[in-house]
Design a protein around this ligand. Structure first.
Ligand SMILES: [Zn+2]
Length: 111
């Protein structure tokens, strides 16, 4: 059983290492341009270990794969959503921004 899961992990690692990311990004760019939508690139490094509220970075403060807890301010949230908040906060986009732990989405209609 353990051997089987190790084999699956190896297969997944191989698939991920040979995944054509460059081509995938090109296809996304093409499809979004076709729909006249813009694509914004974000540096996703350390988004899983960074607190979106205070900016504290510490890999050891992750409780589990599913739960993130900040070692400084105590912010606790789903790790996937925390990473999403960090990605939003890194967007160099005036329409989507996070300041002081609040996310602001600025609508075109409101402007
Ligand atoms: Zn924090």
């Amino acid at each position: 059983m353990k051997l089987d899961s190790r084999k699956k992990s190896k297969q997944l690692n191989y698939r991920l290492s040979t995944f054509p990311y460059h081509r995938f990004i090109e296809n996304i760019d093409y499809k979004f341009n076709e729909l006249e939508l813009g694509v914004l690139e974000v540096d996703a490094r350390k988004t899983f270990i960074t607190c979106p509220i205070c900016g504290y970075v510490d890999k050891r403060k992750r409780i589990s794969k599913e739960v993130f807890r900040c070692g400084r301010c105590g912010f606790t949230f789903n790790a996937q959503y925390t990473a999403c908040l960090n990605i939003f906060s890194r967007l160099d986009d005036s329409e989507i921004t996070i300041r002081s732990g609040r996310m602001y989405l600025i609508s075109h209609k409101a402007a």
